[in-house]
Design a protein around this ligand. Sequence first.
Ligand SMILES: NC(=[NH2+])NCCC[C@H](N)C(=O)O
Ligand SMILES: [Mn+2]
Length: 314
Amino acid sequence: MTSHPSSHRAAGGVSLIGVPTDVGAGSLGARMGPEALRVAGIAQAIAQFGLDVKDCGNLSGPANPGQPAVNGFRHLPEVVQWNQTLHDAMYAELSAGRLPIMLGGDHCLGIGSISAVARHCRDTGKKLRVLWFDAHADFNTATLTPSGNIHGMPVACLCGHGPQELIEIGGHVPAIKPKDIRQIGIRSVDEGEKRLVHDMGIEVFDMRYIDEMGMRHAMELALALIDSNTHLHVSLDVDFLDPTIAPGVGTTVRGGPTYREAQLCMEMIADTGRLASLDVVELNPALDERNRTAELAVDLIESLFGKSTLMRKA
Ligand SMILES: NC(=[NH2+])NCCC[C@H](N)C(=O)O
Ligand SMILES: [Mn+2]
């Protein structure tokens, strides 16, 4: 195995932040995600590259009340509380010069995580690029959502569309601009949501695009214009992957990327040398088979940190 000399921005070390909640999801179980990733060896997988890995343990927050939606949102106060706590933890690790990895938890946590990254970029004058790997656009609002589940809304919230308490976490509204984000692997978007994503001008590499143009081309465009002053954040929703290889998620959508396509994404990101923060979300061990989805996620993270399948030197 060879490793890219500078596949990431982790000079100060890597910090694991567990966020054991599923308050934003429709099914229960993502709260067990952080432990499943630890059992699959996430810390050891990163430490093999000579990095200092600090496991910060799990954050704590409110239980999942299992209530129906109120005014278009399920569990809004609980989602706000978890995301505020996460924002603070993530921001502290970034300020200390470390590369934080958020172990989710459902994807509503992208709000706390990415708002912290955006705030850090404003502090340090860095350019932000978010790569959002997902089967879904996660751009719903209270009126558009078919479910009320806030894990279907984080990108809209980050772009300033959502309840005040959520969009102002991080102290700057909107936290990010549509031009800061690229979405990859999308194949399930609700009707009204589709219109909003389009109106906002989000750049989306959906599965149709990937089928027709290839993953390599999609990733080249998604990574275009990244330079030495760019903070690259990856938000990996495990449901991005085809459910035949990643069954342990709550909202499977068939027709996702193969193992090799996903690995190529991670390798191309490693080649930029600019990875500076990461979310791993929506892993649901209650729906998994012998932890194989967690093991797959860890395997992809190894590629993200520089494990290479190349025979020749890059
Ligand atoms: N992060 C996720 N798994 N999101 C799934 C969202 C599904 C659907 N679009 C909804 O709003 O309910
Ligand atoms: Mn998602």
